[in-house]
Write a protein that binds this ligand. Structure first.
Ligand SMILES: *Cc1c(COP(=O)(O)O)cnc(C)c1O
Length: 422
């Protein structure tokens, strides 16, 4: 008997490439097909076959308050009734920009866009304009959305599908993209010795979340800051995941580093499509129309997305991040103990994030992440999903907890893990 999800997936494949609007959702590399989701509430998703799942994907990061949070939903409904897009300035844009500025000490001005991809693409354009240089240094396994210059050795879906680059990106575009292994300051230093005066910016996920979860080693981020500034380059923190997740003031607040530019997405849209880039006024004032660097968007700053983001960020201000972190750490530790009895496993964790690598050795970069046993991950994924535990369908993604996850949810997840056979 076919499930409704399976029937829908067949239909979807005839009108949408691969049946999905973003590749990893197809669950191919874990030899599964996607559950089609009918609704979400709190920590739970419900699929079209009425199966309930405890959700550790959270729409890949935005739903830190859980699904259909009543305050966020109310804000969206209230705003919808007043019209959803004007293509003209509206008051909520100032409010969300102010919240972001107040939460992040390095931010003086913010421009709203519609996705993380747009945010990183625009931040790079700005960094190039401000430095009059073309090259950008990124880290192997980091993902910065799907704009051309970042599609070299990127993480997330490309890592999942083993795609090093992609057709359609001209070779001359990625020639300006320099690559270094994550946590490898020596290689960064070497690249800057060679061509530091041509490098506009270093872009980095201050906590890498798109090759699985990989923490920055002690001194790595400060080292990047120092090297970039010694050579007149800008440091861009891609906080699309970590913004309002690693702490209320993101990874930069947590580690005490002030990047020149920062990109946002995910949480600041509260589940609606949003991105933003911001930073020091001296750079942001180069953005049109104040400056000469063109950047625009028909739906940018639309009231609906601003309302959802604003309700989310305001509610987060009063939430206990430390407690969520402690609960996540405790959960990750127990999960490790359960799985380590069966097979070698690493479960890195920070803030409300964790990931599962089936490998003996600590994971510090993309090369070590790739050594993890994918066949075991597939077995783990399938058996957890069959028990109603919704994990990201790839070990190159990061698991997330929300403020809506209960102790009972976590206990049930651990109980499911106890039954997994490898
Ligand atoms: C998700 C993500 C992006 C891209 O954001 P989209 O909204 O999917 O375009 C960029 N950078 C990081 C670190 C991300 O996790």
């Amino acid at each position: 008997m076919q499930t409704t999800s399976e029937t829908l997936f067949k239909q979807a494949q005839s009108v949408i490439p691969g049946g999905v609007n973003s590749p990893v959702r197809a669950c191919r590399n874990v030899q599964s097909t996607p559950a089609f989701i009918a609704k979400g509430y709190g920590s739970h998703l419900f699929d079209v076959d009425n199966r309930a799942y405890i959700d550790f994907v959270l729409s890949w990061g935005p739903m830190i308050l859980g699904h259909a949070d009543p305050e966020v939903t109310e804000a969206i409904q209230r705003t919808t009734a007043l019209g959803t897009s004007f293509g003209a300035p509206s008051p909520l844009e100032i409010e969300l920009a102010t919240e972001v500025r107040d939460a992040f000490p390095s931010i003086e001005m913010v421009r709203m866009v519609n996705s993380g991809t747009e945010a990183t693409m625009s931040a790079l354009r700005l960094a190039r304009a401000c430095t009059k240089r073309d090259k950008v240094l990124k880290f192997i396994g980091c993902y910065h959305g799907h704009a051309d210059p970042f599609l070299a050795q990127a993480g997330s879906g490309l890592a999942t599908l083993s795609i090093p680059g992609t057709p359609g990106v001209p070779a001359h575009v990625v020639e300006d993209t320099l690559l270094a292994p994550y946590n490898d300051l020596a290689t960064v230093e070497e690249l800057f010795q060679k061509e530091g005066d041509a490098i506009a910016a270093i872009i980095v996920e201050p906590i890498a979340c798109n090759m699985g979860l990989v923490l920055p080693s002690e001194g790595f981020l400060k080292g990047l800051y120092d090297i970039a500034h010694a050579h007149g380059s800008l440091l861009i923190f891609d906080e699309v995941i970590t913004g309002f997740r690693a702490s209320y003031s993101g990874a930069q607040g947590r580690f005490g580093i002030d990047p020149d530019l920062t990109t946002f997405g995910k949480i600041i849209g509260g589940g609606l499509p949003v991105g933003a880039f911001g930073g020091k006024a001296q750079y942001m004032k180069r953005v049109a129309p104040e400056g000469d660097v063109y950047q625009a968007g028909t739906l940018s700053g639309n009231p609906l997305a601003m309302a959802a983001g604003l309700a989310t960020v305001r509610k987060l201000r009063g939430m206990d991040y430390d407690l969520l972190e402690k609960r996540t750490a405790n959960f990750a530790l127990k999960l490790r103990d359960i799985l380590a009895e069966k097979v070698p496993v690493q479960i890195p964790t920070i803030a409300s994030m964790f990931s599962v690598f089936f490998t003996e050795d600590p994971v510090t970069d993309f090369a070590s992440a790739q050594k993890a046993n994918q066949a075991r991950f597939t077995l783990f994924y399938k058996q957890m999903r069959a028990q109603g535990i919704y994990l990201a369908p790839s070990s190159f993604e990061t698991g997330m907890l929300s403020f809506a996850h209960s102790d009972a949810d976590l206990e049930r997840t651990l109980a499911a893990a106890r039954t997994v056979c490898f």
